[in-house]
Structure formats: C-alpha cells, structure tokens
Design a protein around this ligand. Structure first.
Ligand code: AVI
Length: 322
C-alpha cells in the first residue's frame, strides 16, 4: 500500500549543499568558513601559515617556545593533552616536550585522513604516549576516552581558530570543553590581538596571492562537488577590516553582473556584490578574559610577544565546590 504524503528527502541533500544554497540565496550572500577546508583548501591554509605577511603562526610558535618551561610547570606529571583541531605538529611537540612524562594525546579533527597522519607522526616520535585520535567536529559533542579522566587534563586550542567563531559558538565550545575535560582541567588557548590594519590586511591579502587562492577555492569546491558553474576569473578576493566588529572579513567580490547555476537554482550577482566567506576576529585581552570566565574558565597566565601582537592564555576550570 502506498503511504500518502510521505516525506522523501532529495537524494542530493548534504550539509555542504544545504549551507551553500542557504548562504547564496540570502540578501547578503555568505558561505560558512568551515567549507574552505577541503583537501586543496587545507594545503593552501598550510601554505598561508608560512607566508611572510601571515604573522599569527610564527608569533604564536615563538610565544609557546618562550613560555614552555612555565607551561610545563603548571601541569602535573602524566597529563593528557587534548588538542582541538590537529594542525601542523610543531606547536603540539613544543607542549608535549614541555610536559612532564605526558601519558595521553587526544587530537580531535573533522578530517580523518589528516588527523590520522598527524597522530601517527606523534605516535612515532613519542613511543611512551598513548595516542587516541577522535574524528569529530570539535564544535559539537566529542566523547573523550574514559581513561584520561584519571590523568591531569590539558585542553589545547592554538592557531587563533577561536577568532573564526561567533560569540555564541565560543561560549558553547568553551563550556563544552570544560564539561568534557572535567574537574581540575587546564586549557591553553591561542588568540589574535587587535592591531593596525596596516599589518592585518597584508596578512589576509598576501603579495603571492595564496590567501586569494584559498578563498577562491571554495567556489572551485562548489563547482566540483555540487556541479555549479562559477567562473573563478569573475570573482576577486577581498580582505576588509571591520573596525566596529574588530575582525578581518574575507569576501569574494563579483567583478560583473552574472548568473551562476547550481542545479535548478540560479544565483544572480550584481557587479561589486560580495560573498562573505570568513571572519577572523581580533580580541583585546579584557574581552577574552570575560568570555572565558563566562564559560567557567579563569585565567591563570597570559603570555604574549614583546609587540603584543598575539596572546596565549592558560585557563583553569572554575570547579564548583562539592
Ligand atoms: C584558521 N584561521 C585561524 C585562519 C585565520 O587567520 O583566521 C584562517 C585564515 N584565513 C585567511 N588566512 C588565514
């Protein structure tokens, strides 16, 4: 017997497709920045981190090196390091080397292949360490291995990725980390500080055009994965400093009036219209302290470079008295 009005989802539905259609049919067009990171996007981002203009990676790495002894002194022996996002392992190694006989390393990343390669490298370099990668979106709920609850726990979120999140996302991420890391946990967080647009704009619009390629790659991904017909030569990468929101915005500007087809949907652009693809927020230390505190973390230490370009904070979970 046929069941009338039964809902049959279209075969082509996917979170990527849903986000793209939602973002590109709005009055102000947007695309969520997480979709910038397909394989090519991740390679391009890796290349960005060693550009002369892109200061955050270099400065944060220096801060971690300079503060390693102090960081190590704040964490008890036999700790579990839980890293949110598995990046290039340089910063991870600085922290593992600073800790006294670390026992566990739990890297969490949405990209399984990337995560497992990074995890294997760490495993080979630290034979005494139990490496337990978790393939997951760290903005969602992540089940940590039960075994680490018996060890001192240190969350690690470097790279100023926190600056790509909204206030609400930051709050729920930090609150969730506190709940899952548990009583007595510590958390090491790297974030970018406010500074002159003369430094910020070149960092997000470099002379070699790597950031432009990174931004435009999202259109190539939409073409490849969703069968759209974006002409990449008709869009231009823009990096804009938004003073009121204290953020660098990445946009893709349509160079002409044009229509792009995505399946049955036609997306119209007027010349000069943009697709907003990423926010990279720059914080002042007071504001970050308040956000962390609102999510149940108090600030134990603040580390920075001599020019106050970037900050790393060591947080302590505010545990309720039992
Ligand atoms: C991943 N994230 C912290 C980078 C940033 O600086 O916001 C992404 C990026 N976008 C352009 N350049 C780098």
């Amino acid at each position: 017997m046929m069941i009338a009005n039964r809902f049959i989802p279209p075969a082509t539905t996917s979170p990527f497709r849903d986000d793209v259609l939602d973002g590109l049919t709005r009055k102000s067009k947007t695309l969520p920045s997480r979709w910038l990171y397909d394989e090519r996007g991740s390679e391009l981002f890796e290349a960005i981190t060693s550009l002369p203009e892109y200061y955050p990676t270099r400065i944060e790495t220096d801060i971690l090196r300079d503060s390693a002894a102090d960081i190590g002194g704040l964490i008890e022996r036999g700790a579990a390091l839980v890293e949110y996002g598995a990046g290039a392992s340089t910063k991870t190694r600085i922290i593992l080397d600073a800790l006294k006989s670390p026992r566990y390393y739990v890297p969490i990343d949405i990209s399984g292949e990337f995560l497992l390669t990074a995890a294997r490298r760490i495993e080979a370099a630290y034979p005494a360490l139990h490496v337990a990668p978790r393939v997951a979106d760290f903005l969602g709920t992540v089940a940590l291995p039960q075994s680490i609850q018996g060890a001192p726990r240190l969350g690690f979120f470097p790279g100023s990725t926190i600056g790509n999140l909204t206030d609400l996302e930051i709050h729920s991420f930090l609150a969730r980390c506190k709940a899952s890391l548990g009583t007595g946990a510590r958390f090491l967080l790297g974030y970018d500080l406010r500074k002159s647009p003369d430094i910020l704009i070149p960092a997000y619009d470099d002379a070699q055009g790597v950031t432009a390629a990174f931004n435009l790659n999202i259109l190539a991904r939409i073409n490849r994965e969703l069968g759209a017909d974006f002409d990449l030569s008709q869009f231009k990468h823009l990096a804009v400093w938004n003073e009121a929101q204290s953020r660098v915005e990445m946009h893709l500007e349509s160079l002409t009036q044009q229509t792009v087809t995505l399946g049955a949907v036609q997306i119209r652009f007027v010349a000069g219209e943009t697709i907003h693809t990423e926010n990279s927020r720059k914080f002042c230390q007071d504001a970050m302290r308040r956000m962390c505190s609102a999510a149940g973390w108090s600030t134990l230490r603040e580390y920075s470079d001599a020019d106050n370009q970037f900050a790393v904070v060591m947080l302590k979970s505010d545990d309720l008295p039992s």
